[in-house]
Design a protein around this ligand. Sequence first.
Ligand code: S3P
Length: 170
Amino acid sequence: MGWKLKKSVVMVGMMGAGKSAVGKATAQLLDVPFRDSDAEIEAAANMTIAEIFARDGEDFFRKKERQVIARLLEETPSILSTGGGAYMSEENRRLISDHGAALWLDADLDLLWNRVRHRDTRPLLRTADPRATLRDLYDRRVPIYRMAEIAVQSLPGLSVHEMAGRVVEA
Ligand code: S3P
């Protein structure tokens, strides 16, 4: 305890990696602020992410995501969880490295699929073959996530609390 963040730690990684749950638990452990860009976007729009995608499209969502991340990074340093696509934007990566450090929560494809398969909240997975879509996103995104300053592997048997402990150590 008694931690004070000098810079934000930005959780990046695929959907289902546990960015929000582990980010929140880490912030509680360290007693520092926690923020979640998807939750902020939803609250501001008073709509779910799926509704925003359906009504306004992905480009609109990405614009909002960029604005929200920029604003949150300007505020008090926090543990900031972002949506899985946020780190794909070069502009976002620059903002993140200017204001903090990216922490990649690295989980393998089977673990991710098991976490997301029963949920209908991810608009990008509303395809004929969501498993293949997830694999495709994974293959394209992992090389970019590797640019993060810190990487922590998400292990299937660990609780959110244990994962938060790994994040603190990292
Ligand atoms: C997205 C991931 C989602 C959400 C949106 C797009 C992505 O967040 O931002 O559906 O591009 O991978 P989670 O990573 O929290 O699921």
